[in-house]
Write a protein of this length. Structure first.
Length: 330
């Protein structure tokens, strides 16, 4: 049991580190700029090079709480805490705090005739397309929290026009084939029941949820979907990814992005290795268990069962009891 627990904990630690590294890769401004160019209408027509300077500061990774009263408070993580906690932000609860954290959150400004528009963007990495609830519903909740948290920081009471628009963008890996590679936006639209009210989109166009569904087993002609499928591919090696990103998508890989992606790929290999190890161990254990059951049914001598399965006397008694066999065996 001790060895199994140790292996499980080591495997969980590697997965946490891999999840964290995926977020670090996504938070690179060259990646963010490509996502914004394709999914945020305010950046339509702008190049990646033009968008990168519009991303303010350093994106925040798993340090901003979604919980009421805490969104404007950042938690400070020491290196070991970050290794242990960061990367769990897409779960319902963080084990030691019971709080939910945005995966990535950052501000952007878009140049316009009046100077610039400022918006808040949340980017989430989701390993499962359907984790037990609709992604769009959770995205709306995240948007709502980013809006309500602006009171007292971005706008004051009665000055609601100062509210900043928010985007919650979800990158969902391993989408089912019936979904395939797809991108959808959910937002507020005006619909007249009886016409007459003026239409001022800037007054109500305050939140959007964007879902990016990825499936690397299916072809796509969309540049963003192709790039993200390559980036998070479970079938390609680091060198294959690097070559495709450089040659097909003209991305520089001799910088911070290349380093972060290399780390992510190394951790991905570790996750796979641990999974194979656990699978082999699980298969061996199942074979021993099945053999013990068969020998108990045949009423083989206890010492023979112990010798062939490697089980202790207590374990064999336990299996016999589960089978409803009377001990000692006849």
């Amino acid at each position: 049991m001790k060895n199994e627990l140790s292996r499980a904990m080591a495997s969980a630690d590697v997965k946490v580190r891999y999840d964290t590294q995926c977020k670090r890769v996504l938070s690179q401004k060259e990646i963010l700029a490509r996502i914004l160019a394709r999914t945020v209408k305010e950046f339509a027509g702008m190049s990646v090079e033009e968008i990168i300077p519009c991303i303010e500061g350093t994106p925040e990774i798993a340090v901003v709480s979604i919980d009421p009263g805490k969104t404007n408070q950042k938690r400070v993580l020491h290196m070991e805490e970050e290794k242990r906690i960061a990367g769990l932000a897409n779960e319902d609860k963080v084990a030691d705090e019971g709080e939910i954290y945005y995966d990535i959150r950052f501000y952007v400004h878009i140049p316009n005739e009046e100077g610039h528009i400022r918006m808040i963007v949340n980017l989430e990495a989701q390993k499962s397309y359907y984790p037990g609830y609709e992604i769009v519903t959770r995205g709306i909740f995240y948007d709502a929290r980013m809006i309500s948290a602006q009171l007292g920081t971005e706008f004051e009471h009665s000055k609601y026009d100062d509210m900043k628009k928010v985007y919650s963008i979800w990158v969902c890996m391993q989408a089912p084939k019936k979904i395939g590679n797809a991108i959808s936006e959910y937002s507020i639209k005006k619909q007249d029941i009886i016409s007459g009210l003026p239409d001022r989109p800037e007054s109500y166009d305050k939140l959007s949820v964007v879902i990016i569904a990825l499936n690397e087993t299916m072809e796509t002609n969309d540049e963003l979907l192709g790039m993200l499928n390559t980036l998070f591919s479970e079938q390609k090696t680091y060198l294959e990814k690097k070559k495709e990103l450089e040659e097909i998508y003209q991305m520089r890989m001799d910088n911070e992005l290349g380093k972060e992606m290399n780390l992510m790929c190394n951790l991905s290999d570790l996750v796979i290795e641990r999974g194979i190890e656990q699978g082999i161990e699980s298969g061996i254990e199942q074979k021993s268990y099945n053999l013990a059951q068969m020998m108990i049914r045949e009423a083989e001598p206890t010492d023979k069962i112990m010798r062939y399965t490697g089980y202790s006397l207590e374990k064999i008694k336990e299996i016999a009891q589960e089978m409803g066999k009377v001990w000692p065996l006849a």
